[in-house]
Design a protein around this ligand. Structure first.
Ligand code: ZN
Length: 182
């Protein structure tokens, strides 16, 4: 059976036995908070539990490294939607130690992409969009600096509601321990 078939079979049973009931919530975050964090698979359950966040408590925005680089990215758009349309009132940017984006160098990833058969012509298509893959695909060198830099993008956004608190944290993906970033 394929993974998709497995998922669909499980899902049918999940719905039939009403396993969703403990998760029922409104689409407006009860704790009026937005969390921006990394897509790392170790954080799926650990991060909410370590922060005492339950289904319906917070808006979660996830991307590689929890990096907010472009003020007009889908990540920043999600933050603004959460603040204006969903009732969120505070933003928490949470990086983590041992992140896959830590030390990720674009040139190495470009090599990996080429090994998988993507040719120079495809990279030319990317460049034609005004995107430099050597910059775009870079990770970061310091998680603290990454969090500070992401916070700055949010705080300096011209459309951020005045007075919105923006906090920075780093989480340990093993113990869930949080550290504040000043
Ligand atoms: Zn990560």
């Amino acid at each position: 059976m394929s993974q998709l078939e497995d998922i669909l079979t499980f899902n049918k049973n999940f719905v039939e036995k009403k396993a969703y009931e403990p998760f029922v919530a409104s689409g407006h975050p009860a704790k009026k908070m937005t969390v921006v964090t990394c897509m790392d698979c170790r954080l799926i359950e650990l991060l909410p539990q370590a922060l005492n966040i339950k289904n319906g408590d917070a808006i979660m925005v996830k991307c590689a490294g929890g990096m907010i680089e472009d003020p007009y990215s889908s990540t920043m758009k999600s933050i603004l939607v959460s603040l204006y349309e969903l009732g969120s009132e505070a933003v928490y940017v949470i990086g983590h130690t041992d992140c896959g984006m830590h030390g990720l160098e674009a040139k190495n990833m470009i090599e990996d992409i080429k090994k998988r058969g993507v040719n120079d012509q495809s990279f030319a298509v990317v460049r034609a969009q005004g995107v430099n893959p050597e910059e775009w695909l870079n990770g970061f060198q310091s998680v603290d600096e990454q969090v500070r830099s992401s916070i700055a993008v949010v705080k300096n956004h011209p459309l951020l509601p005045a007075g919105t608190p923006v906090f920075g944290l780093v989480i340990d993906p093993k113990t869930g321990e949080l550290r504040s970033i000043k």
